[in-house]
Write a protein that binds this ligand. Structure first.
Ligand code: NAP
Length: 313
């Protein structure tokens, strides 16, 4: 280890939540240190065009938007570091977080580590993400007006995405590996009764067709009962098989729900440990939008600032 450094506020994560917290706390002269892993910018860096972030009437590329966030945080003096925290001790203050290289201590901690969508594990997914393949209907649905759209999954997320996508697509194909949805009863009913949604039961995506130039053009589906394969044309493919919140470091330390999402106190970013705040997708399985993540990042910054003031730190 190369030594230690102390900051009043340490922020983990460089998506919209973490960087907004960095903008607010640096403008409040709290000299925050923001640590992020090897892939900065969070989920927006894996999307192409973002059309629903306010202030960009012509749209903005996801990675460009995150660079602007970072530039704004750096302007006010936020120190941004690339490192992988692998150990935390929140039992005593200052809190201690360490990587293989360094020990970080802080008076207040803002956790904005986000969540990662689950993927099917097919090699084409990486290439086609942002080119017809998406994990967010709210973000990308509007690109598929009057087109055929396919959604994969059988839970509430898949049901919600499929229903939302009926606003745009001429038809929504819902591919599920069993013959019964896991989604809640009301969502199941809405899905099966919707005239635009066609469920394709007992099917798994075996291969995705397309390239960066043409986008997704279709998939090979495998019948999970008979093993037979078929080719199905689609213009868009939405993978909605769940998300994994990046909260493993805090398991057993912070209050979480059964899926590993940190549960802050109602209408706040306060966790069960005083001085530790959670914002963005690591505590939100409902909205998962850049703008809502940024909003909770702002809340965490203000709550951390007020808490530090109350501690005379
Ligand atoms: P989920 O409930 O875990 O469902 C994941 C779905 O994807 C399941 O149907 C699963 O199939 C399927 N799946 C998983 N891995 C797969 C793979 N490799 N290939 C093909 N299919 C795969 O996840 P979720 O839908 O994201 O929901 C997560 C939690 O958030 C749930 O508690 C849900 O109720 C909640 N949620 C609530 C709302 C709401 O209230 N508005 C909206 C979204 C989510 P099997 O069924 O065969 O396992």
């Amino acid at each position: 280890m190369n030594g230690s450094q102390h900051s009043k506020i340490l922020i983990l994560g460089s998506g919209p939540a973490g960087l907004t917290a960095a903008i607010y706390t640096s403008r409040a002269n709290l000299n925050p240190v923001l640590v992020h892993g090897p892939l900065p910018g969070g989920q927006l860096t894996t999307t192409t065009e973002v059309e629903n972030f306010p202030g960009f009437p012509e749209g903005v590329m996801g990675p460009d938007l995150m660079q602007l966030f970072e530039k704004q945080a750096a302007r006010f003096g936020a120190k941004i570091m690339v490192d992988t925290i692998n150990k935390v001790d929140l039992n005593t203050r200052p809190f201690k977080l360490s990587s293989d290289k360094q020990l970080y201590t802080c008076d207040a901690l803002i956790i904005a580590t986000g969540a990662v969508p689950k993927y099917l594990g097919l090699p084409e997914e990486r290439e086609l993400l942002g080119y017809g393949l998406s994990t967010c209907a709210t973000c990308d649905g509007a690109f598929f007006r009057n087109k055929t759209i396919m959604v994969v999954g059988g839970g509430d997320s898949a049901a919600e995405e499929a229903l939302f996508l009926t606003r745009f697509g001429s038809q929504v194909l819902l591919v599920h590996r069993r013959d019964e949805l896991r989604a809640s009863k009301i969502m199941r009913q809405r899905v099966v009764e919707h005239p635009k949604i066609k469920p394709l039961w007992n099917r798994a995506v075996a291969k995705i067709h397309g390239d960066k130039k043409s986008g997704v053009t279709g998939v090979t589906l495998k019948d999970t009962v008979s093993g037979k394969t078929e080719e199905v044309q689609t213009d868009g493919l939405f993978i909605a098989i769940g998300h994994t919140p990046s909260s493993q470091l805090f398991k057993g330390v912070l209050d979480m729900d059964e899926n590993g999402y940190i549960v802050p106190k109602p209408n706040s970013t306060l966790t069960n440990i005083a001085g530790v705040f959670a914002c963005g997708d690591v505590q939100d399985h409902v909205f998962r939008q850049a703008i809502t993540a940024a909003g909770t990042g702002c809340m965490a910054a203000i709550e951390a600032e007020r808490w530090l003031e109350s501690q005379h730190a």
